[in-house]
Design a protein around this ligand. Sequence first.
Ligand code: ADP
Length: 512
Amino acid sequence: MDVTPPLMLHALVVFIFILICIIVYLVYSFVSREETIARMKAQQDKLLSSFNELDEQAKLIVRTDLELHKTREEMDKRLNGLNALQRTSRQMSQALNESEIFQKISPSLFGDLGFSRILIACINDNNLLKVRLNIGYKDSRADAILKEFESEETLKGLTAALSLNNCPTKTRERIIQIFESDHFILAPVTAQTGAIGFVFAGYGFNAPAMTQGDEELITILAGQIGQSIENARLFEKVFLSSQHLELKVAERTKQLATALQKVNEISRKKSEFISAVSHELRTPLTSIKGYASILIAGKIGDVPAAVKERLSKINTHSDNLVSLINNLLDIARIESNRQEMKFALYKIKSMVDNVADLLAPQMTAKGIKLQQRLCTEVENIYVDASQVERVFINLLGNAIKFTPAQGTVTIGVSPALDEGFAVLSVSDTGIGIPAAEIQKLFNEFFRVDNEINQNVKGTGLGLVLAKNIVAAHHGKIWVESTVGTGTIFYFTLPASQKAFEERINLEKNYAA
Ligand code: ADP
């Protein structure tokens, strides 16, 4: 059979074509796989480097976190330390003596700050350096440290805090040797007089390094100790001088009390003498006055007019003398508490009206107007009415006497109450009293040298009597005056029995 050659050829061509296609496909797929592998490798490298970067960053974060943690711990420690220090400072500043200051420093303060060795030493009154606080050293070792410290010239003159960081090598070695601690802060305790001690704070050998915060805290503590010692010393000084002063005051008070007793005794004797003399004078005076009256009345025979005139002068002078003697007797009686006082509640208004009636003729004669300025808040006074009327009569009599015609005299009761005491006053528009004389006004027999006194008789006892009567009521009397304008006398009297008794108790307590 014959096969047609073109068909064979065709089949061969198709076969070859298919083969070529397969080869091409195989070549192509091989080439593209290599490319993919290369691409994947590149990506893998990229991923690796990213991973490395991330790893670095993670490490950095961990490192930063650790540092932050450390800083936070340091901050916490410092904050705790500061709080503890603030508490201690507050307590130290309240201490009144030196040993109390150190009792206020709690060892836990240093525990909070993390120190294991603390030695605080200060010089005492005898100028000797003494251990005030010791943590972590045996007593014998602490004493030995002080001895070495005293003999070490550089340390004796310590003026600023020393630490491992700022210490010259030689000094550092000495400190490490003396205090057996290679991480330390040594701060001076200073007062006005200079360094008076030191605060040492440290760890044992091979301890963690000291921070700047630790240094600051110990320096603050040392400063606070110095300040508190200074305060305590000042307090002691003030306390001692106040004690000394108190003793002096007590001594002086005793002397004054003795002097007052003597004065009272002399005054009592004077009163007794005046009483005795006045009594002795009053009897013959009464006789003189009696005889003069008999003679004037012509009971013994006719008396010529000229003799009569002299006799009536004797009578007037005798009257003046009797009134002077009566005043003296009254003063002496009140001063020596022999005057019986009849205290009761009286209406001020009716008392003032009585006195005004009594002196109305004198006022009318001079054309003097009387004003009453009584207040409604204080209507009554708890007094011996007859005695207080004498005060009013004396003051009002003087006001009329020393006020020119047509003047005004005013009786007032001030609404102001001096611890239950009414403030009464008698004022005038008269000649006034020179400032230099005011001090002497309440002295016996004192009279201002003026025209009125030269012409009008007076005893110089009226104000003394008024003062004594007011004093017997436990009140006060004083005067304000301006020459040419007028005078005002004030005096205080109890407004109630309660106020009167309270004042007596107060004076008793004061005297005791
Ligand atoms: P006397 O009135 O008898 O002189 P007093 O003791 O009453 O004695 O007064 C003493 C002196 O005080 C008076 O002499 C007078 O100089 C002065 N004096 C008292 N009251 C007044 C007054 N209201 N105005 C001016 N001087 C006065």
